[in-house]
Design a protein around this ligand. Structure first.
Ligand code: IFM
Length: 544
């Protein structure tokens, strides 16, 4: 099977080397190892033949129409900040280029198709940083990306079993089969061999995949996907966490020997992000089981039978979720990033602002590991992903506590900080993080963009605009907005898709206006600033 065929005018019109002489170049990729057909020759010849038949003008028209459709659905317009506008269009272009809704066997690598860094391997970047863009602007592409995780579920089951657990533990770095593809070691400074532990210890990936499945289902209402694939992913990942979180003498369950998003600290216990997401995953596992049981009993009977899931096991998940250590200290209102983190050396990072090398290089690996120096959003990522689980005070306290400790040694970090800062109404800090995240590729901030664009950071920029500045939230089965536009952004306009509808929204800062209209789909209730408003086709909603 041919996964992708692209035809284009050749040479490009900009060359103008052979005026009047035009041909069509067709590119195809064949990788259907299941059917044993690796040669895309036949399909490419067919495509070329078809392109010749219709002529390059119509090939070009089709190409332009496809792009026009993508821009129509996903463009974000920012008035008043040309740099932000450029950053968002750059991000939107790459996000639209990266997905293939026609192929459920592939996902998006850390640098998409733009470069070879990370060898095209798929990380949590896809589910946590990219999926929201596709879910809300291109649900078909989102579905295909999640089907890739369903197709690789056996690899995840095998990994869990190999490490002694039940259920599904997804590969930290995933490729064609879902088998673990993380390298076991890399060369460090001075040629020293450094063991890479992420492939066995960075396990939050399983909850991240489940999170994306649930978000997709909540935003699209695609029950067929939930029944055919999503439920199985959520149940198998919940099962993994129930076996992974071990009951101890203190009456709590603990997840020991883990790496959280902050990869500077390895083999830690009870990482707040991992445990928080694991608990969320266990609870969604229980929700899925009861939903299927009530609404689709036949499917529940099939799936429950296939997975050998019984009531006793579900009761065990409930206990695991309720007793899982969270690291939350009610007195201080803080989560401890992992057990013992607060006791590590505290380093004031202010003097290191503006450096252009990562902090683990500045301090050395050993000192970084024994200090409160964070590579990337960790507790902050938890706050960003589960906003409904934390009140404003807890979010504010934890964000202000952890933000100064972060060195942003990963390009995934700044956008998470921007998102939480925007939700807290600190649009100045949010805009600063947005701008530095935009510079990663547009100004080659880390000097490594030659290896490909950092597509997770680009997906994150889109999320900052939507979930941060526009204040869009999907939680609890509703679509809500609580805008906080930065100073200078006169207006923010975009379209989103939600449960078969397409909405057009424009938020104006200076006259505090919120305009929305329903371009397609059934009437709905939209929440703006916490208040419900009815939205009907043909009737624009204009809120002062
Ligand atoms: O997934 C990320 C990880 O969180 C930090 N290092 C790079 C990976 C790929 O982008």
């Amino acid at each position: 099977m041919v996964a992708a065929i692209k035809s284009e005018r050749w040479p490009p019109s900009s060359w103008n080397r052979w005026p009047g002489c035009v041909g069509i170049r067709t590119v195809a990729r064949g990788d259907d190892s299941e059917a044993g057909h690796r040669d895309p020759g036949g399909a490419v010849r067919d495509a070329l033949e078809q392109a010749r038949r219709i002529g390059w003008n119509r090939v070009l028209d089709a190409h332009q129409a496809a792009w026009a459709e993508r821009w129509h659905c996903s463009d974000i317009e920012v008035e008043g900040d040309a740099a932000a506008q450029q950053a968002l269009r750059f991000a939107t272009y790459h996000l639209n280029s990266a997905a293939n809704p026609m192929d459920e066997r592939v996902s998006i690598g850390a640098r998409a198709l733009t470069g070879e860094s990370y060898l095209g391997h798929v990380f949590w970047d896809t589910e946590i940083y990219l999926l929201p863009f596709y879910i809300l602007t291109w649900p078909k592409a989102a579905r295909s990306l999640l089907m890739y995780r369903h197709r690789t579920l056996d690899g995840a089951r095998a990994k869990a079993a190999r490490l002694g657990w039940r259920g599904a533990l997804y590969a930290w770095e995933s490729a064609g089969t879902g088998d673990e593809a993380t390298p076991q070691w890399v060369h460090g400074a001075g040629g020293k061999i450094i063991e890479v532990l992420c492939g066995t210890q960075e396990q939050h990936i399983s909850a991240d995949v489940a999170y994306a499945v649930w978000q997709y289902w909540e935003a699209t209402g695609d029950d067929a996907f939930l029944l055919d694939a999503g439920a199985e992913i959520i149940l198998e990942t919940a099962r993994f966490w129930a076996s992974r979180a071990v009951a101890e003498a203190d009456g709590q369950r603990h997840i020991r020997g883990i790496i959280g998003p902050d990869e500077y600290h390895e083999t830690v216990d009870d990482n707040a992000y991992t445990n928080g997401m694991a608990r969320w995953n266990l609870r969604r596992g229980l929700d899925v089981a009861s939903l299927l049981r009530q609404q689709w009993p036949e499917r529940w009977a099939d799936l429950g039978g296939l997975l050998a899931l019984d009531d006793a096991e579900l009761a065990e998940w409930q206990v695991a979720a309720d007793t899982l250590a969270t690291g939350f200290d009610a007195k201080s209102g803080l989560f401890e990033q992992f057990a013992g983190f607060h006791g590590l050396e505290a380093i004031d990072l202010a003097p290191y602002a503006g450096r252009d090398v990562p902090l683990d290089v500045v301090f050395g690996r050993d000192r970084t590991q024994s200090a409160q120096v964070i590579k990337q959003a960790d507790v902050v990522a938890l706050l960003a992903l589960l906003p409904g689980d934390f009140d404003q005070r807890t979010t504010e306290l934890n964000f202000r506590h952890y933000e100064p400790m972060c060195g942003h040694g990963s390009t995934l970090s700044r956008v998470m900080h921007a998102l939480v800062a925007a939700r807290l109404g600190d649009t100045e800090m949010a805009l600063h993080y947005f701008q530095t995240a935009a510079a990663i590729d547009l100004a080659d901030l880390g000097g490594v963009s030659a290896g490909g664009v950092h597509v997770a950071a680009l997906g994150g920029l889109w999320q900052v605009a939507m979930f941060g500045f526009a204040g869009l939230s999907l939680h609890g089965g509703t679509l809500a907005f609580d805008p906080h536009l930065p100073v200078g952004w006169r207006s923010l306009g975009f379209r989103v898709q939600w449960r078969g509808r397409r909405l057009k929204v424009r938020i104006k800062r200076d006259d505090r206006r919120f305009d929305a209209s329903l371009e397609a789909g059934e009437p709905m209730t939209l929440f703006v600033g916490g208040a419900p408003h009815e939205l009907h086709p043909g009737h624009a909603l204009r809120l002062p």
